[in-house]
Ligand binder design. Structure first.
Ligand SMILES: [Zn+2]
Ligand SMILES: [Zn+2]
Length: 254
């Protein structure tokens, strides 16, 4: 049972007791929380919220009570950095009401989680931000560097894209002339008899001959990929044939 009438000393004692029981099997934190709330023991409530991993409630509850130290203590607890940042921003939001810019700057430094950029959205227009000048200038310098890097990257991408387009155009326009009776390098039969590939050196290979040559040497993963690609091509041909109601297209020379 918890005696609430003993004032701060009694609450100190209770806090010590709760802290000693943290994580232990004997403490039912939810039950304790309800009792402490009913009994009006705000510091114990904050402690219990923190112990239950409900850090936002812990910070909010500490701020409501006006206990800044306790709020900060709880803002440091979460393992997740974004959560800590969020909690520190709650504290900033709360402190903005005081209108004291120095306090806000103090919080930024103390938190080690926040930058001026995080905090600015919470600063009302009426608050003078002269005091932030040094921090803001540092921030702007950083942005300028980042923008310059991005601009450089964009330029590189643009150049690469242009080169790629030129390559593609050249590849599209490339024509290789072969003899009418040119034969497949694998089976020796006329290349044009079935679907075939021709290389820049003018060697021709039936697709089926190449496939039979290559397939046994492929890793299982690449073999699967080849089969998947072939299945896709068959589907496309079927679709094209359906659309044109004609025979499948002739093998293009590559
Ligand atoms: Zn062949
Ligand atoms: Zn060749």
């Amino acid at each position: 049972a918890v005696g609430a009438q003993g004032g701060d000393d009694a609450e100190d004692e209770l806090l010590g007791f709760l802290a000693s029981q943290e994580g232990g099997p004997m403490l039912d934190a939810r039950f304790a929380l309800r009792v402490c709330e009913e009994q009006g023991l705000p510091r114990a409530v904050v402690l219990l919220y923190g112990m239950m991993g409900m850090h936002e409630e812990a910070v909010r509850s500490a701020l409501e009570r006006g206990d800044l130290g306790l709020a900060k203590e709880n803002a440091r607890k979460p393992a997740d950095r974004r959560m800590r940042q969020k909690l520190w921003l709650h504290i900033v939001e709360h402190q903005v009401a005081s209108g004291d810019v120095q306090k806000i700057i103090g919080l930024i430094r103390e938190s080690q989680e926040l930058s001026v950029r995080d905090v600015l959205p919470f600063i009302p227009d009426s608050m003078t931000i002269d005091a932030f000048q040094v921090e803001i200038c540092e921030c702007l310098d950083q942005y300028e560097e980042q923008i310059e890097t991005l601009r450089q990257e964009m330029e590189d991408h643009r150049r690469a894209l242009k080169a790629f387009k030129e390559d593609l155009k050249q590849a599209e326009e490339r024509v290789i002339v072969i003899e009418e009776d040119q034969s497949c390098e694998i089976c020796g039969e006329p290349a044009t008899r079935e679907r075939f590939y021709v290389f820049a050196c003018r060697h021709c290979f039936h697709e089926a001959c190449l496939r039979a040559l290559v397939l046994p040497a492929l890793s299982p993963a690449r073999r699967e990929r080849l089969l998947a690609l072939e299945a896709t091509r068959l589907e496309h041909h079927a679709a094209a044939a359906g659309a044109l109601a004609g025979p499948p297209p002739m093998a293009p020379a590559r």
